[in-house]
Design a binder for this molecule. Structure first.
Ligand code: FES
Ligand SMILES: [Fe+2]
Length: 438
């Protein structure tokens, strides 16, 4: 890869070819619960500073930060019924950026009608606020199954991390790193800490140590499905047969019968990524799941209080290596091997899609027909990450910590509830295959 090609696939700002492709898609930028609490929040997306707000009538706005009057940053403003009000002289902007009030001007002044600031579209789904910054008409906000399904508990962890979005995405097209980073290195981290609990080892490390015997990324309408065969499994195992969905350009999923992990890698600017993990937990029908009024939104820590890497956590390990590649990985200096098949395939496809948009075409995975966008189904394996709750022949069992431990969720307020409900699912499970439930 030449330095020019590296630039092409990593730059995200306005006017860059990569940025133009990424602007064709909706990106999550904030938790709805956080916006409910703060009402006005500065955000940065694809190199552009913006202000996200919810006005008092409940409408979402996403506008450029500078007030048209004397350039005060509107993230210092406050919301009223009709929009976002500048704290300096009260010029007020509605969700389209139109100025609708200028309290200091004479009542018959037409000045406000001529004032409009730049705005983009924002919509909510599944506890997230999504933004669209591309050409109009906008495609529909895709209704992926994990965002729309009822009866799940949800939580969303996020961190703005100092590396380019493509590093984060490439990590998920790199299946084999799990053996080392989340297997051997994890074990080393536990040993080094003298961690006496073997639960982390049994739950997290041991399954990761299995060797990948085959890795494949198959193209689908929405992107790719990753299929792998692990040592001891055949091709009928869910990991190969069902696989994991990789939604172009920047959403990767590991969906099991019990837990859906969906990670968005949102480009904040060339050297920062909003790493955002949406987790949905499903329970069998004999468990009563309390209705969530809000989806928790919490920060994923990158380092601990002493400034050390959080190396006994799978998300912490991923963040560590992505940061350790530098702000923008220089791909012209890499030496790639056979296990990089997914990374190479993704880069090639990304470049193809960038050039398609440059030449006036439409990239893949855009939805414009509401009838086809009711619920977009992704692969869901039954026996991987299902925490034993949905086994078909085995007795139902659950080991506390499986669903929320070592997955970047130190700050989540609902970990205990998630775990309690899985334990309850196992405890109250009916007999399956004539065997006593655990
Ligand atoms: S600077 Fe915003 S109203 Fe004057
Ligand atoms: Fe990883």
């Amino acid at each position: 890869m030449t330095p020019e090609e590296n630039d092409l696939i990593t730059r995200v700002g306005p006017g860059t070819q990569g940025g133009e492709l990424l602007r064709r898609y909706w990106h999550p930028i904030m938790g709805s619960s956080e916006l409910n609490r703060r009402k006005v929040i500065p955000v940065r997306l694809m190199g552009e500073d913006l202000v996200l707000f919810r006005d008092q009538s409940g409408k979402l706005g996403l506008v450029e930060p500078q007030c048209a009057h004397r350039r005060v940053d509107l993230s210092t403003g406050f919301v009223v019924e009709e929009g976002l009000k500048c704290p300096y002289h009260g010029w007020t902007y509605d969700t389209t950026g139109q100025c609708v009030a200028q309290p200091g001007e004479p009542a018959d002044s037409q000045l406000k009608d001529r004032v409009r600031i730049k705005s983009y579209i924002a919509e909510e789904l599944g506890g997230l606020v999504f933004a669209y910054m591309g050409p109009l008409p906008a495609p529909l906000l895709p209704r992926w199954d994990f965002l729309v399904d009822d009866g799940m508990l949800r939580q969303i962890g996020y961190v703005i991390a100092p590396f380019n979005w493509l590093q984060a995405i490439e990590n998920s097209y790199d299946a084999v790193h799990a053996e080392i980073l989340h297997g051997q290195f994890f074990k080393h981290a536990l040993d080094r800490r003298g961690d006496p609990s073997d639960a982390k080892y049994e739950i997290n490390v041991a399954p990761m140590l299995r060797k990948h015997q085959e890795i494949r990324y198959d193209r689908t309408d929405y992107g790719f499905i990753r299929r792998v065969v692990l040592e001891g499994d055949g091709k009928s195992a869910d990991l190969f047969n069902v696989g994991h969905g990789k939604v172009f350009p920047n959403l990767t999923t590991v969906n099991g019968g019990g837990t859906c992990t969906s990670t968005f890698q949102v480009p904040v600017d060339d050297t920062h990524t909003l790493y955002l993990g949406h987790r949905g937990y499903r329970y069998p029908d004999w468990v009563t799941v309390p209705k969530q009024t809000e989806v928790p939104w919490f920060e994923i820590p990158i380092k601990d209080e002493k400034g050390n890497w959080i190396d006994d956590d799978i998300v912490g390990q991923d963040l560590m290596v992505m940061m350790a590649q530098g702000p923008i990985l220089d791909r012209s200096k890499e030496v790639l091997g056979t296990t990089d098949v997914g990374v190479v395939q993704f880069r090639r496809f990304l470049k193809e899609q960038i050039l398609k948009v440059r030449d006036g075409g439409e990239p893949i995975n855009l939805y414009r027909d509401p009838a086809k966008n009711r619920r977009l189904e992704l692969p869901h394996s039954k026996n991987f990450y299902d925490r034993g709750v949905f086994g078909e022949t085995k007795a139902v069992s659950y080991r506390r910590g499986s669903a929320t431990g070592a997955l970047g969720m130190q700050n989540s307020p609902i970990n205990e509830l998630v775990e309690d409900l899985y334990e309850q699912a196992a405890r109250d499970a009916p007999l399956i295959g004539g065997r006593e439930a655990a």
